[in-house]
Design a binder for this molecule. Sequence first.
Ligand code: PMT
Length: 223
Amino acid sequence: APRPLLKGKTVLITAGPTREKLDPVRYLTNHSTGKMGYAIAEEARKMGAHVILVSGPVTLKPPFGVETVNVESAQEMYEAVMKNYSDADVVIKTAAVADYRPKTVHGKKIKKQEGGQTLELERTKDILLELGRQKHHQLLVGFAAETDNVEEYARRKLAKKNADMIVANNVTEAGAGFGTDTNIVTLYKKDGSEVHMPLMSKADVARKLLAEIAHQLERDGLK
Ligand code: PMT
């Protein structure tokens, strides 16, 4: 059995996509399946943590022994995360949160009409940014799904969001990103160092990431 590296710690994890309603039959979403976030939740529990998993709509079974909170929209995810933030020692934001939602949610189905149609969108709350602002003791880990300039964008996110680590995946690489059982990631840390993880299962990415987090907590505890 693995050493309970996270015993006594509360780990708050977000996973999956969000769904932004347009009308009673339509919504905006993305390709996240929740596999990466659920793998982290499962491994964190095996390492002894109390795990709170805030999940967007996915078809995966909630991992055994994990407290799961189901949400749909970015707004609901924001509220569920904020409610649990002060109890958390570690927050890992694997969810693919919509950056925009339809400005108007129609109560009735939008009917077809002649010609094109323009959809007006507004920004959702940036949950990671807010967590960074309100951070006190928590270790804050963001993800970055990029298609180009991965390192530059990841380092920029690390600074702008006041995060302690950013896990970047290039979602255009085969075997990485959305939907696959594997991932290829680089972990960027606040101290400037980085850890490359070549193609491996999402369970292995989860274990390596959580081991890095546990070591960081240990170092922070010695300060
Ligand atoms: O679920 P899978 O199919 O296994 O796929 C895994 C994954 C590709 C979704 C995952 O590995 C991943 O990269 N997750 C982050 C996806 C993402 O939305 O990245 P981003 O670069 O747009 O966002 C950066 C960070 O800000 C993320 O931690 C995100 O949770 C957070 N964010 C984004 C927008 C917003 N409004 N609030 C946020 O907190």
